[in-house]
Design a protein around this ligand. Structure first.
Ligand SMILES: C[S@@+](CC[C@H](N)C(=O)[O-])C[C@H]1O[C@@H](n2cnc3c(N)ncnc32)[C@H](O)[C@@H]1O
Ligand SMILES: Nc1nc2[nH]cc(C(=O)O)c2c(=O)[nH]1
Ligand code: SF4
Ligand SMILES: [Mg+2]
Length: 287
């Protein structure tokens, strides 16, 4: 269900600088960017048929975000719980639901949704940047803490993947000058790691730590964060709870990063995770 095609629902394009999804927050509605059936493409459950619920709005602004329309330019329809559940249940063969975004944990309403899914017997994965922890029935917390290399700077523009000649102002609407020119650098940099939230997540849920990696310059920060988290948490964090995922929203980009990242996983004794959906469907929406 691409919400941008729906005619009977209110579709909102929130301000590009909003940390949330546009200031209309109630717990029985969520801003939904897309809802679709696919194969889990990342992590320990890669290959498992799953319904994906993608909320809109994020408290961070990774320059490489592959879900631009939930972060830099949040777009969504407000759906109530009943409508979301009905849509999920229409995929009768699915036993797994992946709640993602944007950052799903910024929305209080995600707790009610996870409770309703739990009551219906679904396995739930939450894809989160690890800056917010909530008490909810989550079967797998798929935590992707953001490294310094995610921070948007004038040199790392979210649109850098788009060739200059085909960039349109369409993707950079009002307040456009606020995007990708480094204005988010400080806020993103300040907020991207919250050791308390990370500790709470790993202590409360089955988890995987899934780092987006480009090259070996990312490794010292990963090792340092792991040491801090191992000190802070009362549960073990094993090397095979740690996954390195190549940065790349397209097949072309993954071609550049995947072999290097696979080698880094072998060198450090961490897992490697593919991006199966990108291999299969490139950067198509609803995949
Ligand atoms: C769009 S995010 C949404 C969930 C949450 N905000 C987060 O970042 O974990 C979903 C997953 O895609 C990853 N991701 C986003 N852009 C990526 C890229 N260009 N290459 C590789 N992984 C990416 C994130 O790290 C996260 O694991
Ligand atoms: N197929 C598929 N698998 C995924 N795993 C995590 C995703 C995400 O965007 O959170 C994702 C996604 O967008 N598509
Ligand atoms: S935290 Fe997740 S949704 Fe937010 S900008 Fe980064 S990758 Fe995108
Ligand atoms: Mg994705």
């Amino acid at each position: 269900m691409p919400v941008s095609n729906s005619v009977d629902r209110e579709v909102t394009r929130a301000s590009a600088t909003d940390g949330d999804a546009g200031g209309r927050e109630s717990t029985d509605e969520l801003p939904i960017n897309e809802l679709f059936y696919s194969l889990q493409g990342e992590g320990t459950l890669a290959g498992v048929p799953s319904v994906f619920v993608r909320t809109s709005g994020c408290n961070l602004r990774c320059w490489f975000c592959d879900s631009y329309h939930t972060s830099w330019e949040p777009t969504h329809a407000w759906l109530d719980l009943e409508a979301i559940l009905e849509e999920i249940e229409s995929y009768e063969q699915a036993e797994h639901v992946v709640l993602t975004g944007g950052e799903p944990m910024i929305h209080e309403g995600c707790v009610d949704l996870l409770e309703a899914l739990d009551e219906r017997g679904y396995h739930t994965t939450v894809e989160t940047n690890g800056t917010i922890s909530r008490d909810a029935p989550i079967d797998l917390a798929s935590i992707s803490p953001k490294l310094e290399s995610s921070t948007p700077t004038p040199e790392r523009d979210p649109r850098s993947e788009i060739p200059e000649e085909s960039r349109s102002d369409e993707r950079r609407p009002t307040g456009a000058a606020n995007q990708g020119e480094g204005e988010w650098a400080e806020r993103h940099e300040n907020d991207r790691i919250d050791l308390e939230a990370l500790t709470d997540l790993v202590e409360s849920y089955e988890f995987q730590l899934k780092f987006v990696v480009t090259d070996e310059e990312d490794m010292p920060e990963i090792l340092e964060l792991l040491a801090d988290l191992r000190d802070a948490a009362s549960v073990p964090i094993r090397d095979d709870d740690v996954l390195l995922m190549p940065e790349g929203a397209t097949r072309e980009r993954l071609e550049e990063t995947r072999a290097r990242v696979a080698q880094l996983a072998m060198d450090h004794g961490f897992r490697y995770t593919p991006r199966l959906h990108v291999d299969l469907w490139n950067d198509a929406p609803e995949t």
